[in-house]
Design a protein around this ligand. Structure first.
Ligand SMILES: Nc1ccn([C@@H]2O[C@H](COP(=O)(O)OP(=O)(O)OP(=O)(O)O)[C@@H](O)[C@H]2O)c(=O)n1
Ligand SMILES: [Mg+2]
Length: 427
Protein backbone atom coordinates (compact mmCIF):
# COMPACT_ATOMS: atom_id res chain seq x y z
CA UNK A 1 0.00 0.00 0.00
CA UNK A 2 1.33 3.45 -0.77
CA UNK A 3 2.05 6.21 1.70
CA UNK A 4 -1.19 8.08 1.08
CA UNK A 5 -3.49 5.04 1.31
CA UNK A 6 -1.74 4.23 4.57
CA UNK A 7 -2.42 7.70 5.94
CA UNK A 8 -6.01 7.41 4.76
CA UNK A 9 -6.46 4.16 6.64
CA UNK A 10 -5.06 5.78 9.78
CA UNK A 11 -7.44 8.71 9.46
CA UNK A 12 -10.64 6.96 8.38
CA UNK A 13 -12.98 6.53 11.34
CA UNK A 14 -13.62 2.92 12.33
CA UNK A 15 -17.15 1.50 12.30
CA UNK A 16 -17.29 1.89 16.09
CA UNK A 17 -16.24 5.51 15.81
CA UNK A 18 -18.91 6.22 13.17
CA UNK A 19 -21.43 4.48 15.44
CA UNK A 20 -20.35 6.69 18.35
CA UNK A 21 -20.82 9.84 16.24
CA UNK A 22 -24.26 8.64 15.15
CA UNK A 23 -25.29 8.03 18.74
CA UNK A 24 -24.13 11.45 19.87
CA UNK A 25 -26.01 13.10 17.00
CA UNK A 26 -29.25 11.24 17.63
CA UNK A 27 -29.15 11.89 21.39
CA UNK A 28 -28.72 15.64 20.90
CA UNK A 29 -31.23 15.70 18.04
CA UNK A 30 -33.88 14.09 20.21
CA UNK A 31 -33.18 16.63 22.99
CA UNK A 32 -33.65 19.43 20.46
CA UNK A 33 -36.87 17.86 19.21
CA UNK A 34 -38.19 17.58 22.76
CA UNK A 35 -37.51 21.26 23.47
CA UNK A 36 -39.15 22.36 20.22
CA UNK A 37 -42.19 20.23 20.94
CA UNK A 38 -42.64 21.51 24.52
CA UNK A 39 -42.21 25.13 23.52
CA UNK A 40 -44.19 24.84 20.28
CA UNK A 41 -41.25 25.99 18.12
CA UNK A 42 -41.41 25.14 14.42
CA UNK A 43 -37.83 23.91 14.05
CA UNK A 44 -36.04 20.61 13.44
CA UNK A 45 -32.51 19.34 14.11
CA UNK A 46 -30.55 18.42 11.01
CA UNK A 47 -27.16 16.80 10.71
CA UNK A 48 -24.95 18.48 8.09
CA UNK A 49 -21.23 18.70 7.33
CA UNK A 50 -18.88 15.84 6.54
CA UNK A 51 -20.27 13.40 9.13
CA UNK A 52 -23.70 13.57 7.50
CA UNK A 53 -22.14 12.78 4.11
CA UNK A 54 -19.77 10.07 5.32
CA UNK A 55 -16.79 12.09 4.09
CA UNK A 56 -15.38 12.81 7.56
CA UNK A 57 -11.90 11.99 8.79
CA UNK A 58 -11.13 11.04 12.39
CA UNK A 59 -10.37 14.59 13.40
CA UNK A 60 -13.55 16.19 12.03
CA UNK A 61 -16.32 17.76 14.00
CA UNK A 62 -20.08 17.21 14.17
CA UNK A 63 -22.10 19.96 12.52
CA UNK A 64 -25.66 19.99 13.78
CA UNK A 65 -28.14 22.55 12.53
CA UNK A 66 -31.43 23.67 13.97
CA UNK A 67 -33.51 24.60 10.95
CA UNK A 68 -36.30 27.05 11.74
CA UNK A 69 -39.40 27.88 9.73
CA UNK A 70 -38.88 30.91 7.50
CA UNK A 71 -41.82 32.64 9.19
CA UNK A 72 -39.58 33.56 12.16
CA UNK A 73 -37.55 36.78 12.20
CA UNK A 74 -33.74 36.40 12.18
CA UNK A 75 -33.47 37.84 15.70
CA UNK A 76 -35.76 35.10 17.01
CA UNK A 77 -33.80 32.22 15.52
CA UNK A 78 -30.51 33.72 16.72
CA UNK A 79 -31.80 33.99 20.29
CA UNK A 80 -33.62 30.63 20.32
CA UNK A 81 -30.72 28.91 18.56
CA UNK A 82 -28.30 29.90 21.32
CA UNK A 83 -30.82 29.03 24.03
CA UNK A 84 -31.48 25.54 22.67
CA UNK A 85 -27.77 25.02 21.95
CA UNK A 86 -26.85 25.73 25.57
CA UNK A 87 -29.71 23.56 26.83
CA UNK A 88 -28.51 20.48 24.92
CA UNK A 89 -24.75 21.03 25.10
CA UNK A 90 -23.14 21.42 28.50
CA UNK A 91 -20.22 23.84 28.94
CA UNK A 92 -20.62 25.17 25.42
CA UNK A 93 -19.32 28.55 24.35
CA UNK A 94 -20.79 31.04 21.91
CA UNK A 95 -19.00 31.81 18.67
CA UNK A 96 -19.68 34.38 16.01
CA UNK A 97 -19.67 33.86 12.28
CA UNK A 98 -22.31 35.65 10.21
CA UNK A 99 -24.60 34.75 13.14
CA UNK A 100 -23.88 33.52 16.64
CA UNK A 101 -23.85 29.78 17.32
CA UNK A 102 -22.92 27.38 20.08
CA UNK A 103 -19.80 25.23 20.14
CA UNK A 104 -18.85 22.53 22.63
CA UNK A 105 -17.91 18.90 22.87
CA UNK A 106 -19.28 15.50 23.89
CA UNK A 107 -16.90 12.63 24.74
CA UNK A 108 -14.04 14.41 23.07
CA UNK A 109 -15.90 15.18 19.82
CA UNK A 110 -16.29 18.83 18.89
CA UNK A 111 -19.84 19.86 18.06
CA UNK A 112 -21.20 23.05 16.56
CA UNK A 113 -24.91 23.77 16.91
CA UNK A 114 -25.95 26.35 14.36
CA UNK A 115 -29.37 27.95 13.81
CA UNK A 116 -30.47 28.39 10.19
CA UNK A 117 -33.60 28.80 8.11
CA UNK A 118 -35.23 25.81 6.46
CA UNK A 119 -34.68 26.43 2.74
CA UNK A 120 -35.85 24.43 -0.25
CA UNK A 121 -33.74 24.13 -3.37
CA UNK A 122 -34.11 27.27 -5.47
CA UNK A 123 -35.46 29.40 -2.57
CA UNK A 124 -33.58 32.55 -1.60
CA UNK A 125 -31.23 32.11 1.34
CA UNK A 126 -31.15 34.58 4.23
CA UNK A 127 -27.61 33.92 5.46
CA UNK A 128 -24.81 31.76 4.08
CA UNK A 129 -25.38 28.89 6.55
CA UNK A 130 -28.81 28.33 5.01
CA UNK A 131 -27.06 26.71 2.04
CA UNK A 132 -25.34 24.09 4.14
CA UNK A 133 -28.27 21.60 4.34
CA UNK A 134 -28.52 21.80 0.54
CA UNK A 135 -24.83 20.82 0.33
CA UNK A 136 -25.60 17.61 2.19
CA UNK A 137 -28.45 16.73 -0.18
CA UNK A 138 -26.28 17.57 -3.21
CA UNK A 139 -23.25 15.53 -2.14
CA UNK A 140 -25.20 12.52 -0.85
CA UNK A 141 -27.20 12.25 -4.06
CA UNK A 142 -24.09 12.30 -6.26
CA UNK A 143 -21.54 10.13 -4.50
CA UNK A 144 -21.02 6.38 -4.21
CA UNK A 145 -18.65 4.61 -1.84
CA UNK A 146 -15.67 4.86 -4.24
CA UNK A 147 -16.17 8.63 -4.48
CA UNK A 148 -16.52 8.95 -0.71
CA UNK A 149 -13.21 7.08 -0.45
CA UNK A 150 -11.63 9.50 -2.95
CA UNK A 151 -13.00 12.57 -1.14
CA UNK A 152 -11.36 11.35 2.05
CA UNK A 153 -8.17 10.60 0.11
CA UNK A 154 -8.14 14.14 -1.26
CA UNK A 155 -8.63 15.58 2.23
CA UNK A 156 -5.71 13.49 3.51
CA UNK A 157 -3.55 14.63 0.59
CA UNK A 158 -4.38 18.29 1.20
CA UNK A 159 -3.68 17.87 4.91
CA UNK A 160 -0.29 16.31 4.12
CA UNK A 161 0.69 19.35 2.08
CA UNK A 162 -0.81 21.68 4.66
CA UNK A 163 -3.51 23.35 2.59
CA UNK A 164 -6.69 21.85 4.08
CA UNK A 165 -9.10 24.19 5.89
CA UNK A 166 -10.98 27.29 4.85
CA UNK A 167 -10.39 29.36 7.99
CA UNK A 168 -8.84 32.74 7.13
CA UNK A 169 -5.44 32.03 8.70
CA UNK A 170 -5.17 28.85 6.64
CA UNK A 171 -6.73 30.10 3.37
CA UNK A 172 -6.85 26.52 2.16
CA UNK A 173 -9.35 24.11 0.61
CA UNK A 174 -12.58 23.37 2.51
CA UNK A 175 -14.10 19.92 2.88
CA UNK A 176 -16.92 20.99 0.59
CA UNK A 177 -14.47 21.91 -2.21
CA UNK A 178 -13.01 18.39 -1.97
CA UNK A 179 -16.51 17.00 -2.43
CA UNK A 180 -17.28 19.23 -5.43
CA UNK A 181 -13.91 18.41 -7.03
CA UNK A 182 -14.35 14.64 -6.80
CA UNK A 183 -17.94 14.89 -8.06
CA UNK A 184 -16.77 17.06 -10.97
CA UNK A 185 -13.66 15.03 -11.92
CA UNK A 186 -14.91 11.56 -10.96
CA UNK A 187 -11.82 10.29 -9.16
CA UNK A 188 -8.90 11.48 -7.04
CA UNK A 189 -6.43 10.39 -9.74
CA UNK A 190 -8.19 12.41 -12.45
CA UNK A 191 -8.34 15.52 -10.29
CA UNK A 192 -4.67 15.31 -9.34
CA UNK A 193 -3.70 14.65 -12.96
CA UNK A 194 -5.62 17.79 -13.93
CA UNK A 195 -3.95 19.83 -11.18
CA UNK A 196 -0.50 18.61 -12.25
CA UNK A 197 -0.94 20.24 -15.65
CA UNK A 198 -3.07 23.23 -14.73
CA UNK A 199 -1.80 26.68 -15.69
CA UNK A 200 -3.39 29.71 -14.07
CA UNK A 201 -6.63 29.69 -12.12
CA UNK A 202 -8.48 26.59 -11.00
CA UNK A 203 -11.98 26.95 -12.44
CA UNK A 204 -14.73 24.36 -11.80
CA UNK A 205 -16.71 23.81 -13.95
CA UNK A 206 -14.14 24.71 -16.61
CA UNK A 207 -16.70 26.32 -18.90
CA UNK A 208 -18.08 28.59 -16.19
CA UNK A 209 -18.83 32.08 -17.46
CA UNK A 210 -19.11 33.82 -14.08
CA UNK A 211 -16.57 36.53 -13.32
CA UNK A 212 -14.70 36.08 -10.05
CA UNK A 213 -11.35 37.62 -9.16
CA UNK A 214 -10.04 34.88 -6.87
CA UNK A 215 -7.34 32.38 -7.97
CA UNK A 216 -9.66 29.43 -7.26
CA UNK A 217 -13.16 29.59 -8.68
CA UNK A 218 -15.38 26.68 -7.72
CA UNK A 219 -19.01 27.41 -8.38
CA UNK A 220 -21.23 26.18 -5.56
CA UNK A 221 -23.63 23.80 -7.33
CA UNK A 222 -26.47 24.73 -4.96
CA UNK A 223 -25.93 28.46 -5.46
CA UNK A 224 -24.23 29.50 -8.72
CA UNK A 225 -23.71 33.08 -7.45
CA UNK A 226 -21.26 31.83 -4.81
CA UNK A 227 -17.59 30.99 -5.34
CA UNK A 228 -17.00 28.13 -2.87
CA UNK A 229 -13.26 28.47 -3.55
CA UNK A 230 -13.02 32.16 -2.66
CA UNK A 231 -10.97 31.53 0.48
CA UNK A 232 -8.07 29.72 -1.22
CA UNK A 233 -4.89 31.80 -1.50
CA UNK A 234 -2.73 31.79 -4.61
CA UNK A 235 0.08 30.33 -2.49
CA UNK A 236 -2.02 27.33 -1.51
CA UNK A 237 -3.15 26.81 -5.11
CA UNK A 238 0.55 26.80 -6.09
CA UNK A 239 1.32 24.24 -3.38
CA UNK A 240 -1.39 21.96 -4.73
CA UNK A 241 -0.12 22.35 -8.32
CA UNK A 242 3.43 21.45 -7.34
CA UNK A 243 2.32 18.61 -5.05
CA UNK A 244 0.19 17.19 -7.88
CA UNK A 245 3.20 17.29 -10.23
CA UNK A 246 5.30 15.47 -7.64
CA UNK A 247 2.51 12.92 -7.10
CA UNK A 248 2.05 12.02 -10.76
CA UNK A 249 5.80 11.72 -11.30
CA UNK A 250 6.14 9.59 -8.14
CA UNK A 251 8.53 11.95 -6.42
CA UNK A 252 7.42 10.97 -2.90
CA UNK A 253 10.93 11.81 -1.74
CA UNK A 254 10.14 15.52 -2.14
CA UNK A 255 6.37 15.34 -1.66
CA UNK A 256 6.16 13.62 1.71
CA UNK A 257 9.65 14.14 3.09
CA UNK A 258 10.45 17.79 2.86
CA UNK A 259 13.79 18.33 4.51
CA UNK A 260 14.34 22.03 4.58
CA UNK A 261 17.87 23.27 4.99
CA UNK A 262 18.23 25.18 8.25
CA UNK A 263 21.32 27.27 8.81
CA UNK A 264 21.09 29.80 11.59
CA UNK A 265 24.07 32.01 10.94
CA UNK A 266 22.70 34.08 8.08
CA UNK A 267 24.75 37.25 8.74
CA UNK A 268 21.57 39.29 8.52
CA UNK A 269 19.70 41.26 11.15
CA UNK A 270 16.36 40.24 12.62
CA UNK A 271 13.80 41.97 14.75
CA UNK A 272 10.48 40.68 15.99
CA UNK A 273 7.40 42.63 17.01
CA UNK A 274 5.19 40.96 19.56
CA UNK A 275 1.77 41.82 20.93
CA UNK A 276 -0.90 39.91 22.79
CA UNK A 277 -3.64 38.57 20.55
CA UNK A 278 -6.97 40.13 21.55
CA UNK A 279 -9.69 37.69 22.59
CA UNK A 280 -11.52 37.77 19.25
CA UNK A 281 -11.87 34.94 16.72
CA UNK A 282 -8.86 34.33 14.46
CA UNK A 283 -10.86 34.86 11.26
CA UNK A 284 -11.23 38.53 12.26
CA UNK A 285 -7.81 39.14 13.84
CA UNK A 286 -5.69 37.37 11.23
CA UNK A 287 -6.26 39.84 8.35
CA UNK A 288 -5.40 42.69 10.72
CA UNK A 289 -2.22 40.90 11.81
CA UNK A 290 -1.28 40.56 8.13
CA UNK A 291 -1.93 44.28 7.66
CA UNK A 292 0.31 45.08 10.65
CA UNK A 293 3.08 42.90 9.21
CA UNK A 294 2.80 44.60 5.81
CA UNK A 295 2.80 48.03 7.44
CA UNK A 296 5.96 47.26 9.44
CA UNK A 297 7.58 45.90 6.27
CA UNK A 298 6.74 49.14 4.42
CA UNK A 299 8.26 51.24 7.19
CA UNK A 300 11.52 49.23 7.02
CA UNK A 301 11.50 49.58 3.25
CA UNK A 302 10.69 53.29 3.00
CA UNK A 303 13.13 54.34 5.69
CA UNK A 304 16.02 52.46 4.08
CA UNK A 305 16.64 49.46 6.37
CA UNK A 306 16.37 47.05 3.43
CA UNK A 307 14.03 44.25 4.58
CA UNK A 308 14.04 41.06 2.56
CA UNK A 309 12.03 38.40 4.43
CA UNK A 310 9.18 38.41 6.88
CA UNK A 311 7.09 35.92 8.79
CA UNK A 312 3.90 36.01 10.83
CA UNK A 313 2.92 33.65 13.64
CA UNK A 314 -0.36 33.80 15.50
CA UNK A 315 -0.81 31.84 18.71
CA UNK A 316 -1.39 33.38 22.12
CA UNK A 317 0.59 36.31 20.77
CA UNK A 318 0.90 37.87 17.37
CA UNK A 319 4.57 37.63 16.41
CA UNK A 320 6.00 39.39 13.36
CA UNK A 321 9.56 38.82 12.23
CA UNK A 322 11.46 41.02 9.80
CA UNK A 323 14.85 40.07 8.42
CA UNK A 324 16.79 43.01 7.03
CA UNK A 325 20.22 44.15 5.97
CA UNK A 326 21.02 47.49 7.54
CA UNK A 327 20.84 48.47 11.19
CA UNK A 328 22.18 52.03 10.88
CA UNK A 329 21.05 54.50 8.32
CA UNK A 330 23.78 56.45 6.50
CA UNK A 331 23.69 60.25 6.77
CA UNK A 332 22.83 60.63 3.09
CA UNK A 333 19.66 59.23 1.59
CA UNK A 334 18.35 59.83 -1.87
CA UNK A 335 15.05 61.64 -1.86
CA UNK A 336 13.09 61.83 -5.10
CA UNK A 337 11.41 65.06 -6.14
CA UNK A 338 9.03 65.87 -9.00
CA UNK A 339 9.79 65.67 -12.74
CA UNK A 340 11.83 68.73 -13.84
CA UNK A 341 9.15 69.74 -16.34
CA UNK A 342 6.34 69.79 -13.76
CA UNK A 343 5.06 72.87 -12.04
CA UNK A 344 6.03 71.38 -8.69
CA UNK A 345 9.75 71.49 -9.45
CA UNK A 346 10.40 75.06 -8.29
CA UNK A 347 8.37 74.46 -5.14
CA UNK A 348 10.55 71.42 -4.39
CA UNK A 349 13.74 73.48 -4.78
CA UNK A 350 12.37 76.24 -2.54
CA UNK A 351 11.24 73.73 0.07
CA UNK A 352 14.74 72.31 0.50
CA UNK A 353 16.60 75.66 0.41
CA UNK A 354 18.47 76.21 3.66
CA UNK A 355 17.24 72.95 5.19
CA UNK A 356 19.87 71.71 7.65
CA UNK A 357 19.24 68.09 6.62
CA UNK A 358 20.25 68.78 3.01
CA UNK A 359 23.47 66.88 2.17
CA UNK A 360 23.68 67.39 -1.61
CA UNK A 361 21.70 68.99 -4.41
CA UNK A 362 19.07 69.62 -5.56
CA UNK A 363 20.25 67.90 -8.74
CA UNK A 364 18.71 66.34 -11.78
CA UNK A 365 18.91 62.65 -12.62
CA UNK A 366 17.01 61.45 -15.67
CA UNK A 367 13.86 63.53 -15.81
CA UNK A 368 13.53 64.27 -12.12
CA UNK A 369 14.92 66.49 -9.39
CA UNK A 370 16.50 64.86 -6.37
CA UNK A 371 18.13 65.84 -3.10
CA UNK A 372 20.34 63.76 -0.81
CA UNK A 373 19.23 64.32 2.75
CA UNK A 374 19.99 63.26 6.27
CA UNK A 375 17.06 61.14 7.50
CA UNK A 376 14.78 62.88 9.99
CA UNK A 377 14.95 59.92 12.38
CA UNK A 378 17.72 57.35 12.43
CA UNK A 379 16.64 54.97 15.16
CA UNK A 380 14.61 52.11 13.73
CA UNK A 381 12.44 51.60 16.78
CA UNK A 382 11.64 55.29 16.97
CA UNK A 383 10.67 55.35 13.30
CA UNK A 384 8.45 52.30 13.69
CA UNK A 385 6.72 53.83 16.69
CA UNK A 386 6.07 57.16 14.97
CA UNK A 387 4.89 55.61 11.72
CA UNK A 388 2.63 53.00 13.36
CA UNK A 389 1.01 55.76 15.37
CA UNK A 390 -0.21 57.22 12.05
CA UNK A 391 -1.29 53.90 10.50
CA UNK A 392 -4.69 52.26 10.44
CA UNK A 393 -4.14 48.59 11.27
CA UNK A 394 -7.77 47.68 11.75
CA UNK A 395 -10.59 48.01 14.24
CA UNK A 396 -9.31 45.54 16.81
CA UNK A 397 -5.53 46.00 16.63
CA UNK A 398 -5.38 49.81 16.45
CA UNK A 399 -5.77 50.15 20.21
CA UNK A 400 -2.78 47.88 20.87
CA UNK A 401 -0.30 49.65 18.57
CA UNK A 402 1.39 51.30 21.55
CA UNK A 403 1.93 47.97 23.34
CA UNK A 404 4.04 46.26 20.71
CA UNK A 405 7.21 44.76 22.21
CA UNK A 406 10.33 44.83 20.08
CA UNK A 407 12.59 41.77 20.35
CA UNK A 408 16.15 41.93 18.99
CA UNK A 409 19.30 39.86 18.71
CA UNK A 410 19.46 36.27 19.97
CA UNK A 411 16.09 36.58 21.75
CA UNK A 412 14.36 36.52 18.38
CA UNK A 413 15.35 32.87 17.99
CA UNK A 414 13.36 31.89 21.09
CA UNK A 415 10.08 32.95 19.50
CA UNK A 416 7.61 30.71 17.68
CA UNK A 417 7.79 32.98 14.66
CA UNK A 418 11.52 32.22 14.37
CA UNK A 419 10.82 28.47 14.43
CA UNK A 420 8.28 28.99 11.67
CA UNK A 421 10.73 31.15 9.72
CA UNK A 422 13.62 28.68 9.84
CA UNK A 423 11.54 25.58 9.15
CA UNK A 424 9.94 26.99 6.03
CA UNK A 425 9.70 24.27 3.41
CA UNK A 426 7.71 23.57 0.27
CA UNK A 427 4.57 22.38 2.04
N1 LIG B 1 -15.83 27.40 3.75
C1 LIG B 1 -16.90 26.64 3.99
C2 LIG B 1 -17.06 26.00 5.24
C3 LIG B 1 -18.20 25.24 5.44
N2 LIG B 1 -19.14 25.09 4.46
C4 LIG B 1 -20.35 24.28 4.68
O1 LIG B 1 -20.50 23.97 6.06
C5 LIG B 1 -20.39 22.57 6.30
C6 LIG B 1 -19.65 22.28 7.58
O2 LIG B 1 -18.40 22.94 7.60
P1 LIG B 1 -17.04 22.27 8.10
O3 LIG B 1 -17.25 21.49 9.35
O4 LIG B 1 -16.03 23.35 8.08
O5 LIG B 1 -16.67 21.28 6.85
P2 LIG B 1 -16.95 19.75 6.62
O6 LIG B 1 -17.43 19.59 5.21
O7 LIG B 1 -17.81 19.20 7.69
O8 LIG B 1 -15.47 19.12 6.64
P3 LIG B 1 -14.62 18.61 7.92
O9 LIG B 1 -14.53 17.13 7.70
O10 LIG B 1 -13.29 19.27 7.78
O11 LIG B 1 -15.34 18.98 9.17
C7 LIG B 1 -19.71 22.04 5.05
O12 LIG B 1 -20.00 20.69 4.78
C8 LIG B 1 -20.27 22.94 3.98
O13 LIG B 1 -21.57 22.56 3.61
C9 LIG B 1 -18.94 25.73 3.24
O14 LIG B 1 -19.78 25.62 2.37
N3 LIG B 1 -17.84 26.49 3.03
MG1 LIG C 1 -17.43 19.42 9.77
Amino acid sequence: MNYLENKLQEQTPTLQEQEKLKNIVSAIASDINAICKTEGIDATPLEVGSVSKGTNLKSSDIDLFITFSRSYPVEYIEKKGLEIGHAVLENAIEKYAEHPYVSGSVSGIKIDIVPAFRINEGERIVSSVDRTPLHTIYVKSRTDSKMVHDIRLLKVFLKEINVYGSEVAKSGFSGYICEIAIIAFGTFEKFIQYMANLKGKLIVPENCDKEFNEPVIIIDPVDPTRNAGAAVSVENLSKLKLAAKLYVTRREDILFNPEPVIKYDRKTIMKAFVLKKPDIIDDIIYPQAVRLKNRIWDIFQKSGFMPFSSELYMGENIEILIEYMRNKLPDAQKHMGPPAESNESIKFIDAWKGNSRLMRGPYIMGDRIYVDTKPRYTELEEIIKIELEKSDIGKNLNQYKGEIKVVSGKDVNKLNVAKKFYSKSLF
